[in-house]
Design a protein around this ligand. Sequence first.
Ligand SMILES: Nc1ncnc2c1ncn2[C@@H]1O[C@H](COP(=O)(O)OP(=O)(O)O)[C@@H](O)[C@H]1O
Ligand code: SF4
Ligand SMILES: [Mg+2]
Length: 336
Amino acid sequence: MAMRLEVRGLTVELPTRSGWIRPVNDVSLTLGEGETLGIVGESGSGKTMLALALMGLEPPGARRKGEAWLQRATANGNGAGAGSSKREDMLAAGPSEMRAVRGREIAMVFQEPMTALNPVLRVGAQVEEAIRVHEPSLNVSEIHRRTLDALTRAAVPEPERRARQYPHQLSGGLRQRAMIAMALAAGPGVLIADEPTTALDVTVQKQILELLAALRRELRLSLLFITHDFGVVSQIADRVAVMYAGRVVEEGPAAEVLRHPRHPYTEGLLRAAPRLVRERLASIPGAVPALDALPTGCAFAPRCSRHVAECDVAVPELIHASGASENHRTRCILAR
Ligand SMILES: Nc1ncnc2c1ncn2[C@@H]1O[C@H](COP(=O)(O)OP(=O)(O)O)[C@@H](O)[C@H]1O
Ligand code: SF4
Ligand SMILES: [Mg+2]
């Protein structure tokens, strides 16, 4: 599988009154062509900040460190064999280079489409704009045709009529489809979806997940799928990375992590996932720690039922979990 995205040691620092905090802390991950990586974690674990930092959309004043190599698709759709010029470190790219990459190479859909769509512009005009930015030479009728193609690809029924409507005239599910159409309009190889189904009811959620799965197959799309819900991960992800307090604490093949989690935090999340457990749901006691008051050792220690003194000495390394697949790793001293 050709590599599409390779993130190494991504750290995001934000200035606060009590000093710099790290909502994203030394995160490394890879995403292959046509692959879906699920990023899971409770609210506040740094998932959105990770996505924004990759897109170059982090808040003003933020500092980013690390590398994020994006491998562009070649004309024949095969990422392999391309010259090194096709590989670009997005963290080293300037604002204008990032504008050329965003939408064209990597795109993002958000949890609440209403915040990303412009309420006073017709849906079609917004998709048109997403195409025009990257292909200014297309004429009006070509752009119109491409817009209808994009809406059709996102399974928007009656695309001509929907294109003439305003976002508020669409249901939540249709708005998310329009967002997906817009995100994919310029043909990016990588799509980041940040809780795209969280605001939707279960039936519509399922339809959107099926749409993303179909698009991924048709377009060989690489998907970074962010969610707090392991039930969703089980439906869409090949691999999963679990985040806690800005760090990846467990990663591995989705099926294996779901069946045999190797970090107490992942175990806790799975026990709290409504669609995966039959017995009584058990939420994890306590809350995600404040980023300006992290424990010296394992960040999960205050909530961990298996905590021992050694956990507080240093932040555990992300290590291979003994007896697990080669690419299944966990940040817990128990894994040794
Ligand atoms: N603009 C900001 N300034 C300061 N802290 C922020 C800002 N945005 C997010 N945070 C903090 O960063 C952490 C991660 O947030 P976020 O990435 O939104 O988490 P998630 O998407 O996993 O819920 C949280 O502690 C949040 O309070
Ligand atoms: S390192 Fe210790 S505190 Fe952290 S998850 Fe493992 S057992 Fe729990
Ligand atoms: Mg978020």
